[in-house]
Ligand binder design. Structure first.
Ligand code: AMP
Ligand code: ZN
Ligand code: FE
Ligand code: FE
Length: 276
């Protein structure tokens, strides 16, 4: 079984790279990719653990772009994680994430839900760890301001809610270019959650290589529609469980959504072609 969408503690996952690989092996996965938000800090450790456990491993990332002020997630696979322009671009995105956490903290204080975000912010930039709203959501739950992580998003953190803070604009074409320059393949993450179907031709024009057809938040209709879209635009197909660790609140289990072997073979063929 193949799962190309997994998060670790390098971003908002709850499993360390070692724990993730143990869980993946126990779930019967044979091929995994790690796709943390705006960081490759979990790639090296996960690759080593995967090698040790006899799992095939694909280096990956999930980068946040913006379209008309809304977030868009773009997955990158087979990247050279030492690519200097990529490393620099990601460090800037992580600085923005940190500033956003601070701004959300100020907003929460102003609306009467003060939470201490110091433990969240107490991460050296050199660690490469990416901060994000799920950690704030957990702090809100711990402080009694929300029943669970989903409730914290619904009440405070989601778009349009009182502690929502917009992020600086990040054009999808820039994200795709950074992935390509690092030798990677760019895939539009969970399009069924993004409501950007009409923009897919524009993303294809910007070099999008693939589309995430298989995702836990996709309905059977979504899966059918995006498979057809992939065929129509000549896009590769990716998929995975978007696992964030045990008890992360939004989790479909490891192995619950996997990528068919033929789709993975096509991806590998392209990756080899890009490299040579
Ligand atoms: P951020 O990286 O700060 O934009 O936070 C986005 C991440 O928060 C997503 O990738 C999900 O992992 C998580 N998330 C978004 N919305 C929700 C929600 N309603 N409930 C739980 N987690 C969510
Ligand atoms: Zn996430
Ligand atoms: Fe995502
Ligand atoms: Fe994800």
């Amino acid at each position: 079984m193949i799962d190309l969408h997994l998060h670790t503690t390098a971003s908002d996952g709850l499993s360390t790279p070692d724990a993730l690989v143990r869980e993946a092996a126990a779930a019967g996965l044979r091929t995994i990719a790690v796709t943390d938000h705006d960081t490759i800090a979990g790639v090296t450790a996960t690759a080593a653990a995967a090698r040790h456990a006899g799992l095939a491993f694909v280096p990956g990332i999930e980068m946040t772009a913006t379209v008309a002020g809304r977030d868009l997630h773009i997955l990158g696979y087979y990247l050279d994680i030492d690519d200097e322009p990529l490393v620099t671009f990601l460090a800037a995105r992580r600085d923005e994430r940190r500033a956003r956490v601070v701004a959300i903290g100020e907003r929460l204080r102003a609306i009467g839900a003060p939470v201490d975000l110091a433990p969240i912010l107490d991460v050296p930039a050199a660690s490469g760890r990416a901060l994000g709203r799920p950690a704030i959501a957990r702090a809100l739950v711990a402080a009694g301001f929300a029943a669970d992580v989903a409730d914290a998003f619904d009440r405070y953190l989601a778009g349009g809610r009182p502690a929502f803070v917009t992020r600086p604009s990040v054009p999808p074409a820039d994200v795709i270019a950074r992935i390509h320059d690092a030798g990677g393949i760019a895939s539009l993450a969970h399009p069924g959650k993004m409501h950007v179907d009409v923009l897919v031709p524009e993303f294809v024009g910007a070099g999008l290589d693939a589309i995430e057809v298989y995702h836990p938040d996709h309905t059977p209709d979504d899966t059918t529609r995006y498979l057809a879209m992939a065929r129509a635009h000549g896009l590769l197909v990716t998929g995975g469980s978007d696992y964030h660790g045990p008890g992360s609140g939004r989790t479909s289990g490891l192995g619950s959504v996997t990528l068919p072997a033929e789709a993975f073979a096509a991806l590998e063929t392209r990756a080899r072609a890009v490299r040579s």
